[in-house]
Design a protein around this ligand. Structure first.
Ligand code: FEO
Length: 397
């Protein structure tokens, strides 16, 4: 295995998880796998920045051994407690029991609760510095990006930012750098990561980005804890984050529905056609057949959402209800939406969808559209007009 140097005497010692297909329980689908990135800095003080998921401990240790005996490690920087970056820590510490673990106060508390490790721990705050010899690390607390313990580490001599989860992607590749990999897939995975994990934290992230801009620190490389390292154009992902945190939208629509016997599906297709014919791009998903992580990714930049469900027990169907519940947790801002669906005798789904949208903070742009049993020719025409009218609302918004 070749050693992978990302900067002179700074090595990637992480692991590629090609086969993981779900993350955070089953809330996130990782169709392209992921990586757990850890970095080893060789200086007067040997420093490991983050570790990996426990099942990849041996791989991490082998990579470290290729560069330096693990017992020589002086510091282990713990930027984040979550297991995908810390679970190998107990195994590593056994090999370098004199190493000092460095992290925030919340990190200390979190690691103790996860692993009961009675380790030498140095608590740091924003602005604290750790001298490694020729280099130093400066720490920037980043609470709620995306856990209370989260922290960024910055090396001024290398102009290198190590921000853990921020700017990462669940993207398993043989390449390690942005100039080596498919840039469309890279940005797609970066957006998906933001949309599904960081979207509700946009205001916190924006404040942190502004704080870092005010610190006026040059950043030539961003090495996150998942996926690809940004060395060609780190500003590209910073700019993308600035747009996402401000809930900047494009004139696009996402139609998401669930159908019982096909009537709501017919409505969805005609509504989507009406939106398209009015000149607005559309994505259309039957949520019961779709990957929710992908749907949320498409919603990140779309101005308008059209949500449909057949009525069952005066309510919407269960897959779309679960989807809207997840969407509510993401707190999208600056969006408009409309609801539609079929019913048999007493309706209810459209009203429930509208109520949920309003509770989520999404403006219901027009009264919902309900159809009894199966849409007839006139009602199919009405669906098409409903779509065109919604496209008009997107253009006005
Ligand atoms: Fe990649 Fe929050 O862990």
């Amino acid at each position: 295995m070749a050693k992978l140097e990302i900067k002179k005497d700074i090595y990637w010692v992480g692991a590629v998880d090609w086969n993981v297909r779900t993350f955070h329980g089953h809330t996130y689908s990782t169709k392209r796998g992921t990586t757990y990135n850890a970095y080893l800095i060789i200086d007067d003080k040997i420093t490991l920045v983050d570790t990996v998921l426990g099942s990849f401990s041996a791989e991490l240790i082998e990579k470290i051994r290729q560069i330096v005996p693990p017992e020589k490690i002086d510091y282990i920087i713990a930027n984040h407690v979550e297991k995908d970056h810390s679970e190998a820590l107990p195994e590593i510490i056994k090999l370098c029991p004199k190493a000092k673990v460095v992290g925030t106060a919340k990190c200390k508390e979190g690691l103790a609760k996860h692993y009961y490790g009675n380790w030498d721990f140095q608590t740091v705050k924003t602005g604290d510095k750790l001298s490694l010899g020729k280099r130093e690390l400066v720490f920037i607390e980043a609470p709620m990006i995306h856990w209370p313990d989260s922290m960024f580490s910055y090396c001024p001599q290398e102009e290198l930012l190590l921000p853990n989860d921020a700017f990462g992607q669940h993207y398993a590749t043989s390449e390690r750098f942005d100039d080596e990999t498919d840039s469309c897939a890279l940005m797609d995975e970066a957006a998906k990561y933001y949309a599904n994990i960081l979207w509700p934290l946009g205001a916190v992230i924006l404040r942190k980005l502004e704080e870092i801009q005010k610190m006026n620190i040059p950043i030539k490389m961003i090495a996150p804890s998942h996926g690809i390292i940004w060395r060609k154009d780190p500003q590209k992902i910073i700019n993308a984050y600035l747009g996402w945190t401000k809930n900047t939208t494009l004139a696009k629509a996402v139609v998401v529905y669930e159908t019982m016997w096909g009537s709501t599906e017919k409505m969805a297709a005609r509504i989507a056609q009406g939106i398209i014919d009015a000149g607005i791009q559309v994505k259309l998903y039957d949520i019961a057949q779709s990957d929710r992580t992908e749907v949320i990714n498409q919603m990140l930049e779309a101005k308008g959402f059209v949500i449909g469900s057949s009525t069952h027990d005066n309510n919407m169907l269960t897959s779309i209800a679960g989807f809207l519940d997840f969407l509510r947790g993401l707190s999208p801002k600056n969006r408009i939406a409309s609801a539609f669906g079929s019913y048999g005798w007493a309706g209810g789904a459209v009203q429930k969808i509208e109520k949920t949208l309003e509770e989520t903070g999404i403006k219901v742009a027009a009264p919902g559209l309900s159809v009894k049993y199966v849409p007839d020719e006139r009602e199919i025409g009405r669906c098409y007009e409903f779509g065109k009218e919604f496209a008009g609302k997107i253009k006005e918004a």
